[in-house]
Design a protein around this ligand. Structure first.
Ligand SMILES: *[C@@H]1O[C@H](CO)[C@@H](O)[C@H](O)[C@H]1NC(C)=O
Ligand SMILES: *[C@@H]1O[C@H](CO)[C@@H](O)[C@H](O)[C@H]1NC(C)=O
Ligand SMILES: *[C@@H]1O[C@H](CO)[C@@H](O)[C@H](O)[C@H]1NC(C)=O
Ligand SMILES: *[C@@H]1O[C@H](CO)[C@@H](O)[C@H](O)[C@H]1NC(C)=O
Ligand SMILES: *[C@@H]1O[C@H](CO)[C@@H](O)[C@H](O)[C@H]1NC(C)=O
Ligand SMILES: *[C@@H]1O[C@H](CO)[C@@H](O)[C@H](O)[C@H]1NC(C)=O
Length: 291
């Protein structure tokens, strides 16, 4: 059974029981709105964006579509997902996390013979403040076979007005004072994240966006699946330093990829990745049990 299915089952269960310990799922209206045709990406459950409502690709779309694209189909969604990861790498923090709310329009054009340019109008979301805003974005995928990362530009003025600095400062001081914050299994096998640990989940998700941005191609759609663990390390300066093991889900290949990440964060400098390394695990099985 795929991770996506397991997570969906968990969502149904927690939604039905209304358990007060569930901090992840309240805004997911999966059961009540299965036919909207767009991924329901509202809410904190970032790993949950793999809504079954995402329309399946038509076989002929395996040949990359050019021109105006259906915004609900994979080619547009995959390019838009890269914009989400880009926003996280540029503006994300433990208190500011971006998701994809909706793709309004998408257009793809070949550039020379070596790359493809997607022009997108997307409605992105700052998940913690539940603010949405429109972004105009361009994503250039390299097709020369040299594995160059996609180049992204995006302007999303409204969305970036969200000010999380006071919360960032508070969390920063908390980590600085503690010196050894750590967590594992975010979310746990029931899809839960302890409210005190959500900033660490957000932080690891932002750091993982650096990997997902770097690794994304026209044929991938990466989501954060789980933080296996995250550990604060001693640091020599004002940057907090973290070591983390994360699980990423490529929705296209249905693979769960394991990565090790070493990164720093401070409110002033943002998240900086020092080292990223893919680990030789290959799961097609869920990392968490549904029982
Ligand atoms: C693109 O490829 C076609 C056919 O392979 C070739 O005729 C054309 O000159 C190429 N264009 C550029 C800009 O490389
Ligand atoms: C987020 O905002 C939308 C639209 O303003 C609203 O419908 C939804 O209930 C909000 N969700 C939360 C968790 O506040
Ligand atoms: C984004 O643009 C769409 C269509 O242009 C519009 O319907 C929507 O209200 C806009 N959203 C925001 C948050 O401004
Ligand atoms: C990003 O990916 C490219 C290959 O696509 C790799 O050469 C590069 O080292 C990666 N960047 C980082 C920071 O790992
Ligand atoms: C530091 O944070 C961890 C949770 O990450 C907690 O278990 C531990 O008690 C904290 N230590 C101090 C000294 O506050
Ligand atoms: C983090 O999780 C991975 C995968 O479960 C495990 O191999 C590794 O030992 C863990 N590291 C720490 C520091 O707990």
């Amino acid at each position: 059974m795929s991770l996506a299915l397991v997570v969906i089952l968990v969502a149904f269960q927690t939604g039905a029981s209304g358990s007060p310990s569930v901090t992840m799922m309240p805004e997911i209206h999966l059961g009540s709105n299965p036919s909207s045709g767009v991924p329901d990406t509202a809410g904190e459950a970032h790993f949950f964006e793999e809504s079954p409502a995402l329309e399946k690709e038509e076989p002929e779309e395996l040949v990359m579509a050019t021109g105006e694209l259906n915004p609900n189909y994979y080619p547009a969604q995959r390019a838009a997902k890269v914009v989400q990861h880009y926003l996280n790498t540029r503006y994300g923090s433990p208190c500011r996390l971006f998701g994809l709310h909706r793709v309004h329009s998408a257009n793809a054009q070949d550039v020379d013979n070596s790359s493809r340019n997607y022009q997108l109008e997307v409605e992105a979301q700052e998940i913690i403040s539940n603010t949405t805003g429109n972004c105009s974005a361009g994503v250039l995928f390299d097709r020369s076979g040299e594995r160059r990362s996609a180049q992204v530009q995006a302007s999303c003025e409204e969305l970036l007005k969200v000010d999380a600095l006071p919360q960032e400062e508070a969390f920063y001081q908390q980590c600085k004072t503690n010196g050894s914050v750590s967590a594992e299994n975010l979310p746990d096998s029931h899809g839960r994240i302890d409210p005190g640990m959500t900033p660490l989940w957000h932080l690891a998700t932002v750091a993982s966006s650096f990997i997902m941005l770097n690794e994304s191609t026209e044929d991938t759609l990466y989501n954060m699946a789980q933080v296996a663990n995250i550990t604060q390390l001693p640091s020599e300066n004002d940057q907090l330093k973290f070591d983390s093991h994360v699980l990423l889900h490529d929705m296209v290949s249905q693979e769960i990829l394991h990565w090790k990440l070493l990164f720093t964060w401070s409110p002033a400098e943002g998240v900086k990745v020092l080292q990223m390394e893919q680990l030789p695990y290959h799961n097609h099985q869920p990392p968490q049990s549904a029982n």
